[in-house]
Unconditional design. Structure first.
Length: 145
């Protein structure tokens, strides 16, 4: 379950009319903090990001379905469905098993160099025009210093 503070920040982003990916960024940020402070680990930075996105979907952020396997799409649809009726009892045994498995994973997967590598490889998969457009939009929407 995400912190109330994270949910509030995401809702504020929604009120301000920010994109769903920006709203979901709050959940990803929280997950990265969890790994860094040693609450649990992550096998890769992608896993930490995926956990954050899953939490965002469950909290009601309207993210587009992911590109990838049918199992991945099915999980995302399941997360969206869970956001419609949020007060369901969670299996304690399953939660414990997941937590225990994540505790065995390394913590350095969300270090600054690891996240920089992830960002660079993700950007490289996009076309030059898409990257350029993102940079222009970032410059346009940046707060005045």
């Amino acid at each position: 379950m995400p912190d109330q503070e994270t949910i509030d920040r995401a809702r504020e982003d929604a009120r301000e009319g920010k994109s769903p990916s920006t709203q979901a960024g709050e959940f990803v940020r929280e997950e990265i903090h969890h790994v860094r402070e040693g609450k649990h680990g992550a096998r890769s930075s992608q896993q930490a990001i995926a956990i954050g996105l899953s939490k965002a979907r469950r909290a009601g952020v309207k993210l587009p379905p992911p590109k990838g396997s049918s199992a991945l799409k099915k999980k995302a649809a399941q997360d969206e469905k869970a956001s419609e009726s949020p007060r369901r009892k969670v299996s304690a045994k399953r939660s414990r098993a997941t937590e225990k498995a994540l505790k065995r994973e390394p913590r350095n997967s969300v270090s600054k160099p690891a996240l920089a590598r992830q960002a660079k490889s993700a950007a490289a998969k996009r076309g030059k025009k898409a990257r350029s457009a993102a940079a222009i939009k970032a410059a346009r929407t940046r707060k005045a210093a």
